[in-house]
Design a protein around this ligand. Structure first.
Ligand SMILES: *Cc1c(COP(=O)(O)O)cnc(C)c1O
Length: 319
């Protein structure tokens, strides 16, 4: 399991490698939603998403020997960049396994940090199997994007900052993919301020955590959503257990709600946010929070999106 002391230790370990991102109040979003809305701007984090926190905590915690063997990760996006970033900080070799149809910008970003990119298949399963194979053959440590206690502890550091910056917050809202971010958030919040609500948000068309919690066991589903960071088919083992223990409610948002929230954040907050990063705000705007909640902190989880893609999404909504 992961405890609040693991998250506090993570904070000390990654302190100089990641930003303490701002918690921004939004008058516009507060007026529109009826809540008092604050945004945790992890789109401004190193490598463009909260994942730099978990990856740094994992990589910096490796032994001298493990570091000298290097790290390997399977990712089509933010986790790959985060692992490449963290490895570069300590001079470790990194291999990132990406799909053959990966966006050029993401491949270039990983290479920019000095990582080697290996292409394999088009599905997450194919990528993970290849990464595991590389790990077995070379002794490089596999860094899982969410099913790892050190990664989860690192992700939890964002919520520690929220609690410090806004001690009288009523609820913290975070998106769910495989469940690493919500797990770290839940442990940080519930083991320091048990009265504060923790709300997880999934796209209605990619809700493996909600389905698993309803059925009482980890369940594999097929997914399709505009939020490319949330296309997990099955929650992690550790995240499933932590969500079951600590998360107050799981809510769903539609594809249109995600895109509208994304465009609104760009226009009104002047923040470049990716679709996955807008999901928490979409839930707040839709009013899908437990009763009694007034002051809300929504985690804007990332900002890595091509402007070409933003243009397509604008056209799709305004057409
Ligand atoms: C990875 C990611 C998520 C989902 O995080 P999990 O830990 O997999 O639940 C959400 N938003 C962004 C921007 C991400 O990169």
């Amino acid at each position: 399991m992961v405890t609040i002391s693991d998250i506090r230790a993570a904070r000390t370990r990654i302190d100089r490698a990641v930003h303490r991102t701002p918690l921004l109040h939004s008058k516009t979003l507060s007026g529109m939603s009826g809540f008092d809305v604050f945004l945790k701007a992890e789109n401004l984090q190193k490598a463009g998403a909260f994942k730099a926190r978990g990856a740094s905590n994992k990589v910096f915690g490796l032994s001298e020997r493990e570091r000298s063997s290097g790290v390997v990760a399977a990712s089509s996006g933010n986790h790959g960049q985060a692992v490449a970033y963290a490895a570069a900080r300590v001079g470790a070799r990194a291999i990132i396994v990406m799909p053959v149809d990966a966006q050029r910008a993401k491949v270039e970003a990983a290479k920019c940090y000095g990582a080697e990119v290996v292409f394999c298949g088009t599905t997450a399963t194919e990528r993970l199997e290849r990464a595991e194979e590389i790990s077995r053959e070379t002794g490089m440590t596999l860094v899982h994007p969410y099913d790892d206690p050190d990664v989860i502890a690192g992700q939890g550091t964002a919520a520690l900052e929220i609690i410090e910056d806004l001690p009288d917050v009523d609820a913290v809202v975070a998106p769910i993919g495989g469940g690493g971010l919500i797990s770290g958030t839940a442990v940080a919040v519930k083991e320091s301020r048990p009265g504060v609500k923790v709300i997880g948000v999934e796209p209605a068309t990619s809700n493996c955590m909600g389905v698993s919690i309803d059925r009482g066991e980890r369940t594999r589903i097929t997914t399709s959503t505009v939020a490319d960071g949330l296309r997990s088919n099955e929650p992690g083992v550790l995240p499933f257990a932590i969500v079951r223990k600590y998360v107050d409610s799981l809510v769903l948002v539609s594809e249109d709600e995600i895109v509208d929230a994304m465009l609104l954040i760009m226009e009104r907050m002047k923040l470049l946010v990716e679709p996955s990063g807008a999901v928490s705000v979409a839930a707040v705007l839709a009013g899908r929070l437990p009763s009694g909640v007034r002051r809300v902190a929504a985690i804007i989880s990332g900002g890595n999106v091509d402007l070409q893609r933003v243009a397509e999404l604008i056209v799709s909504r305004r057409a």
